[in-house]
Design a protein around this ligand. Structure first.
Ligand SMILES: [Zn+2]
Length: 267
């Protein structure tokens, strides 16, 4: 038997629930668009990546940086499924973008248009970790014991999707991928970059339907495993972390200034 009071509360709740549902459906009605450049832009119609799904988990969701363009959400969910099918541990998805994009108060310069995502390289089994795991012994300048076949397989799966423009990895990780996968055509999407020794950073192409999205130049032809990689391996100047950087305050497209001024405070 339902007590009268509870029933009354439920009846009163209905209009509010309807309103809440309408409000939550609102973002879906906004045209999804990546606007501007990866390091000076914003986004509309972004979706949050669910906190977990087949083959993936979101870390540090309280930072509210798990929003992306629908193409990014679809890419990550598809990658999670392939990860699971390959028998790998769930991948750990870290920073993507803020709901409306734009620059972060700290951390990355890019990740502003909903087309960038960081994926940690540590195993995603067990309790949800709050920190990433470095895969490089910076003193000896070699990969450490944490980097193995699971990491190679995950990066390979991530790079094979045609929607990927490039994936930033530490030069030593690029070298390991070149050694494992020879002349695979997707190797050129793996771009050596310092600061990516505990995670890799996926960047998708500008989606169709985002006419104001500024694409990045195409990656050079070839696997990038030869001379270019050697120059990175030999240049260890940026190998050690440079420490925290100043907040990045780029000039944004006018549409972004309007959007961000009226939306959530910087976080
Ligand atoms: Zn990143």
């Amino acid at each position: 038997m339902v007590p009268y009071g509870q029933n009354k509360v439920q009846t009163m709740m209905k209009p509010f629930l309807l309103l809440a549902l309408l409000a939550s459906a609102q973002p879906l009605l906004v045209q999804a668009e990546a606007i501007g450049g990866y390091a000076a832009g914003c986004q509309t119609g972004a979706q949050p990546l669910p906190q977990s799904g087949a083959g993936f988990r979101v870390v540090r969701a309280e930072r509210q940086r798990h929003y992306g363009q629908p193409q990014m959400i679809d890419y990550l969910q598809a990658l999670g499924q392939r990860t699971q099918q390959a028998g790998l541990a769930p991948m750990l998805v870290a920073d993507m973008a803020k709901q409306h994009g734009g620059p972060f108060a700290y951390g990355h310069r890019s990740h502003q248009t909903g087309l960038d995502a960081d994926i940690w390289l540590r195993s995603g089994h067990g309790p949800l970790p709050s920190r990433s795991q470095d895969m490089v012994n910076h003193r000896l300048y070699i990969l450490n014991r944490h980097f193995g076949d699971d990491q190679r397989q995950l990066i390979a799966l991530a790079a094979q999707d045609e929607r990927v423009s490039r994936i930033f990895v530490h030069p030593l990780i690029k070298q390991a991928m070149c050694r494992a996968y020879g002349d695979a055509p997707w190797l050129n999407r793996l771009r050596p970059w310092f600061g990516h020794s505990s995670h890799f950073h996926v960047r998708l192409h500008c989606p169709a339907g985002s006419p104001n999205c500024e694409p990045q130049a195409a990656v050079p032809a070839g696997t990038g495993c030869g001379r270019e990689l050697a120059s990175w391996i030999n240049d260890k100047s940026g190998a050690l972390s440079a420490g925290p950087r100043k907040p990045w305050r780029p000039a944004l497209p006018a549409a972004c200034n309007t959007l961000l001024a009226s939306k959530e405070p910087d976080s």
